[in-house]
Design a protein around this ligand. Structure first.
Ligand code: PMV
Length: 291
């Protein structure tokens, strides 16, 4: 009997979350760790607990069993649901000989995320999980950027957050105070564009991350624990740090000199949070092994 195991990377927003919802530019990157999904043909219906996985089987019109081994924390803004969806679709495609291309998998995964999340999804996570690397986003357009060897530390505040709720909060604030919100979203877009021009300069990127964090705080998507981790990272030698993803909890990232990474990890962990160091994952969804 054959099984197909495929993996897909997690993602971080380096710049531009929330502003991308309103067509402003943003930059996201694939990171380690990965999510591994094994699919096996079976006559009986599988019993996945995840609506993402159920939808993958429904969309592909097949039945099978599935085993997920995720090294990515879920519901923390690191794109674990997109990675699971993309890896599951690729594994089904392989196991059942469906002959879909990567682009088809990216599109199908985006449609599934959108459906499960009741219309609230940008193609960022599924694009990054499918193709890997560094990605520039504006509106629905996505472009791969030359890879950079950023030294990052990810801190998980362990505070639960809800992406849909945070997106809705920004929408409410925008209706209530458009004269304040619009320029802030515009400024976040300007930060992403400045970052595009400074991709090989981690010191400048750190400064820009600090600005991006402050602007996200203005939008009300900060959290005291995230700011604590951001401040601790900067004090431990990071070039800069910001929350990543929807905010209100979840994760933050710090860009660091290589030698300061372990100090930054310790500083975050000293704040009752989890931390790990990571760097770019250039590969998107890929086949792991056949058994
Ligand atoms: O928390 P995450 O990783 O799902 O990121 C959400 C990013 C937003 O810009 C707030 C929403 C989106 O779909 O881009």
């Amino acid at each position: 009997m054959t099984v197909a195991t495929w993996s897909a990377p997690g993602k971080v927003f380096l710049f531009g979350e929330h502003a991308v919802v309103y067509g402003r530019p943003g930059i996201a990157m694939a990171v380690r760790p990965r999510v591994f999904v094994t699919v096996r043909k079976s006559r009986t219906a599988h019993h996945a607990k995840s609506p993402y996985i159920d939808n993958c089987f429904d969309e592909m019109g097949v039945r099978g069993s599935v085993y997920v081994n995720s090294q990515l924390p879920s519901s923390s803004g690191l794109g674990s649901s997109a990675a699971v969806t993309v890896a599951t679709l690729a594994a089904i495609n392989d196991e059942f000989g469906k002959k879909l291309q990567r682009e088809d998998i990216a599109n199908m995964a985006f449609a599934i995320e959108k459906k499960v999340q009741k219309g609230r999804a940008s193609p960022t996570d599924t694009t990054v999980a499918t193709f890997g690397g560094l990605v520039f986003i504006t509106g629905l357009a996505r472009r791969r950027l030359p890879p950079q060897n950023f030294q990052l530390v990810i801190g998980n505040s362990m505070v639960q957050h809800n992406t849909a709720r945070m997106v809705e909060m920004v929408a409410e604030l925008k209706t209530k105070s458009p004269e304040i919100c619009e320029p802030v979203l515009e400024a976040i877009g300007a930060v992403s564009l400045s970052a595009m021009r400074a991709l090989s300069d981690p010191v400048r990127l750190g400064e820009l991350m600090n600005m991006n964090h402050a602007l996200l705080d203005v939008l009300g998507v900060g959290h005291p624990q995230l700011s604590r981790l951001v401040l601790a990272s900067r004090a431990a030698g990071a070039y800069g740090a910001k929350l990543t993803g929807a905010g209100g909890g979840g994760c933050m990232i710090a860009i660091c000199p290589k030698h300061a990474k372990s100090r930054v990890v310790s500083a975050i962990e000293a704040c009752d949070a989890r931390a790990f160091s990571t760097t770019i994952d250039q590969e998107g969804v890929r086949k792991e092994k056949d058994a």
